[in-house]
Write a protein that binds this ligand. Sequence first.
Ligand SMILES: NC(=O)c1ccc[n+]([C@@H]2O[C@H](COP(=O)([O-])OP(=O)(O)OC[C@H]3O[C@@H](n4cnc5c(N)ncnc54)[C@H](OP(=O)(O)O)[C@@H]3O)[C@@H](O)[C@H]2O)c1
Length: 220
Amino acid sequence: MLAFLGGTGPEGLGLATRCAALGEEVIIGSRSAERAADAALQIATAVPGARVRGMLNADAAAAADVIFLCFPYEGQATLLPDLADIIGDKMVISVIAPVLIEKGKAPQLREVPDGSAAQEAQRLLPRARVAGAFQNVDAHDLRQLDKRLDCDVIVCGHPETKAFAMQLAERFPGVRAVDGGPLSVCRLVEGLTALLIGINRRYKCHTSIKIVGLPETRPQ
Ligand SMILES: NC(=O)c1ccc[n+]([C@@H]2O[C@H](COP(=O)([O-])OP(=O)(O)OC[C@H]3O[C@@H](n4cnc5c(N)ncnc54)[C@H](OP(=O)(O)O)[C@@H]3O)[C@@H](O)[C@H]2O)c1
């Protein structure tokens, strides 16, 4: 069972909808039970037969086996400490890109003392098996269920969570998962999102990334 904390926003809702369409049982987590229920209803409407529920974040984290962090970076330091015991050693996938957006300036990666949002999540959830993934996948594309994503998803972090996230990502039509290495590499992946947002604004489009030159077989 997969929980999407902050799954009422476009990114979490898009990921949860795609996972529900794959037949996964999903839970939308929110700070508000009402908003969670509304988002769950949106998924049930978009995906006939979807197994989906809405819950408060803590209940969603308790019920799920794998937890996606899909809220803004600013919320992490407040939300996660209260969830550390509930999450324990579960798999956690951070989708968070700590991008600073200021009027009239190009989007920038925020300074994160731990290195990246995913590394901060690991510090706040010390027993959890944390990985970062999907930070470069645009919510707009995710929410168009009939659209092939045609992109790479770079996954970094705990080996078991990385393997899980890579397998899940490759079930999305048009996605290739790329092993990005350890959790410390998330800083670079999160930074790419700032780059993509700037490009999207300039070209008025929705971009994603693809690595060229990779061999067919993965490193062991
Ligand atoms: N949007 C994209 O295209 C995109 C692409 C790649 C990565 N991401 C990353 O994915 C994450 C979610 O993106 P989004 O666009 O869906 O974000 P969002 O709409 O701003 O926020 C998602 C949800 O997080 C909850 N939330 C907001 N502020 C919070 C806080 N201070 N503490 C706890 N929860 C809070 C809200 O849910 P409730 O009020 O219901 O609790 C909100 O609906 C972000 O970290 C972003 O960097 C987004």
